[in-house]
Design a protein around this ligand. Structure first.
Ligand SMILES: Nc1ncnc2c1ncn2[C@@H]1O[C@H](COP(=O)(O)OP(=O)(O)OP(=O)(O)O)[C@@H](O)[C@H]1O
Length: 266
């Protein structure tokens, strides 16, 4: 593994998220192999690599969808390797799941309100205080404004365009008050007009103090505009890690990746 100069993982601060020697085998195939990386608050890291490099599997290990064969995942210093995804969500890890975490039969506002409620706890029913209910709605509406879906708050989630559904997914992560945001190709399948809105949103989250963002992305223009750091996976291994300009210029990355898929999307 080649760690390029300026690797933020060398910082002394406690990382918001860290993987240590993370490895998973499927039968004889090692999909993620001994990947160690620390991700700090206030940074956006793009995880890149060719098809089958292990990016989604790495995300699944971090968010708890998969248990590693060996290695560990630390969230704000806590070892969460053996905990379920719900525990990680409660402790600040938010992942966009390519729309599978939306409730299609509920309105846009209800989707967000449920996320606010799950974060802030308690049930809202006839005996709940009205003011509490109002506070939830206000917070939900704030998130809806952030993702520019307030005008569509009464629409069913299932009736939204693909781009609006991705925005709703980001709104849910905001409502969950996530500290770590994980996006897997957030602009995939979007129309040209919708892409900038989602990129703006990610940029906005990035500017919020102390948020940590991981982004699996193939598009070089998106990586260039957002990433402070690039981690390159290849055949399950971390082959480069550092500042975008250094990583892009490294021979190993050009050979493993930039010569093929990223270049094709540039
Ligand atoms: N559940 C599984 N069982 C067996 N092999 C798997 C499983 N999940 C992933 N793999 C294999 O692990 C490797 C990494 O897959 P992964 O989906 O993580 O790659 P990726 O970098 O996300 O690719 P892409 O860019 O195409 O989405 C691939 O060879 C894949 O076939």
């Amino acid at each position: 593994m080649k760690t390029l100069p300026g690797d933020p993982a060398t910082s002394d601060r406690q990382p918001a998220l860290e993987t240590r020697g993370l490895t998973i085998r499927f039968g004889g195939h090692v999909a993620v192999s001994d990947v160690s990386a620390a991700f700090h608050a206030g940074t956006l890291t793009a995880i890149v690599g060719p098809n089958g490099a292990g990016k989604t599997t790495y995300f699944n290990l971090i968010s708890g969808q998969l248990r590693p064969t060996s290695g560990s995942v630390l969230l704000a210093g806590e070892d969460v390797t053996r905990t379920p995804p719900s525990h990680r969500t409660r402790h600040g890890m938010g992942r966009g799941f390519q729309l599978t975490n939306l409730f299609p039969g509920l309105s846009v506002q209800e989707n967000i309100r449920l996320a606010v409620q799950s974060r802030r706890g308690g049930r809202v029913n006839l005996t709940s205080m009205w003011s509490r209910h109002v506070a939830l709605i206000e917070r939900a509406d704030h998130c809806l404004n952030e993702v520019r879906l307030y005008d569509k708050r009464h629409a069913l989630a299932s009736s939204l365009s693909h781009g609006d559904q991705r925005k709703l997914e980001v709104g849910i992560l905001l409502a969950l008050e996530s500290e770590v945001f994980m996006f897997d190709e957030p602009t995939a399948g979007m129309s040209v007009d919708e892409v900038p809105v989602v990129l703006d949103l990610i940029q906005k989250i990035k500017q919020q103090k102390g948020k940590t963002i991981l982004l699996v992305e193939h598009k070089l223009d998106v990586i260039r505009s957002l990433a402070d750091r690039i981690v390159v996976l290849h055949n399950g291994c971390k082959v480069a890690d550092g500042r975008p300009e250094d990583v892009m210029a490294s021979a190993i990355v050009k050979e493993a990746y930039l010569g093929s898929k990223v270049a094709a999307h540039a």
